[in-house]
Design a protein around this ligand. Structure first.
Ligand code: MEV
Length: 329
């Protein structure tokens, strides 16, 4: 059995796709994957979705060849179509893995406690746990960087053009600052960060949001670059605040990050209502986490427990987190 945590983004979403700095933390909800020997093919059992399918090796290879071609060509339209089959990212990862280690018949079972399609890195957590479980099943000896790459291949099918931030966070765990192309920088954070996650309940497709920002970037590169630069400054300032245990400053930076989300057109009335309730009840900061357009809001507050009943009355699920937990294992 392998498991990997979800990924909570504190700063730099979207900007990170365009090589700006991001900060994220692994948090205490995990995905689990078990691989067992079998006969005659590969069965993937997605327990939470109640979906199970058996593939022969040729089928995996064919899909893998098609999907990796789309990824290489940057064929977003093809990938959007392919991801309608929930098994596509699994075939991508299995194809890549088998390229290196050969095909082995097996039964794969996956279950996750990370809320889906909510900006919490649920797909990356699942793909990391799969990569690690495959690796230990064949005694492959892959290191963390290779596991993160393998997991990110799945995210490429699901999200089109991910930065790799989620796959790295789920693999390495802890707190990481991340810049695309340069990879991760693990941060030693001793501060306990009391963060509440509130789910708007409206799920959004990360790939669609990345595409929306790409559309705006194409139209007005200068303006969007200005927003991304501000997000990078906010990330840097947020990291300094976190390192010096200055929660008030960390919260103020989260509020600035949320202003940037608004400017990018990724906030919604439901998100704003959640943020308003937080700020009028003494929170230090609140922002979208992940791609926006729905999904989850994170709230920095000294008394997270006091906000939970307020959100319950608003019809939103919320939960407290422990940040900086162990990565894939
Ligand atoms: C998604 O969790 C974070 C985004 O920045 C996309 C990415 O980094 O791949 C929106």
């Amino acid at each position: 059995m392998a498991s990997a945590p979800g990924s909570l983004k504190l700063f730099g979403e979207h900007a990170v796709v365009y090589n700006r700095l991001a900060l994220s933390a692994a948090f205490n909800r995990r995905a689990f994957c078990e691989v067992n020997p079998a006969q005659g093919g590969i069965t993937v059992n997605l327990k939470d979705l109640g979906k199970r399918r058996k593939f022969n090796f040729n089928e995996v290879l064919r899909s893998y060849t098609e999907l990796s071609g789309m990824v290489e060509r940057g064929d977003m339209h093809g990938l959007a179509k392919a991801r309608k089959d929930v098994f596509s990212p699994y075939k991508m990862i299995l194809g890549e893995f088998s390229h290196e280690f050969g095909f082995t018949a097996m039964d794969i079972s996956i279950h996750s406690d990370v809320p889906r399609n909510s900006g919490l890195g649920s797909s990356a957590a699942v793909f990391c746990s799969l990569a690690a479980a495959l690796n230990s099943f064949v005694h492959g000896g892959l290191g963390r960087e290779q596991l993160a790459e393998l997991a990110n291949l799945g995210d490429k099918v699901v999200h089109g053009n991910p930065s790799g931030l989620d796959a790295s966070t789920c693999t390495f765990g802890g707190y990481i600052s991340f810049r695309r192309g340069e990879g991760i920088n693990p941060l030693k954070i001793k501060t306990e960060v009391p963060m509440l996650v509130v789910n708007t309940g409206s799920q959004k497709d990360t790939g669609e949001m990345i595409g929306r920002v790409a559309g705006r970037y194409k139209k007005d590169k200068r303006e969007i670059d200005r927003i991304f630069d501000r997000m990078e400054d906010t990330a840097l300032s947020g990291i300094r605040a976190l390192k010096s245990s200055n929660l008030k400053k960390l919260g103020a930076n989260m509020n600035t990050a949320q202003e940037c989300f608004r400017e990018l057109g990724l906030s919604t009335p439901a998100i704003e209502k959640i943020i308003e309730a937080a700020m009028s009840n003494g929170a230090l900061g609140a922002k979208i986490t992940g791609a926006g357009g729905g999904g989850c809001v994170i709230i920095l507050t000294k008394e997270p427990g006091e906000l939970i009943p307020i959100y319950k009355r608003m019809g939103c699920e919320s939960f407290q987190t422990i940040l900086g937990v162990e990565g894939v294992k």
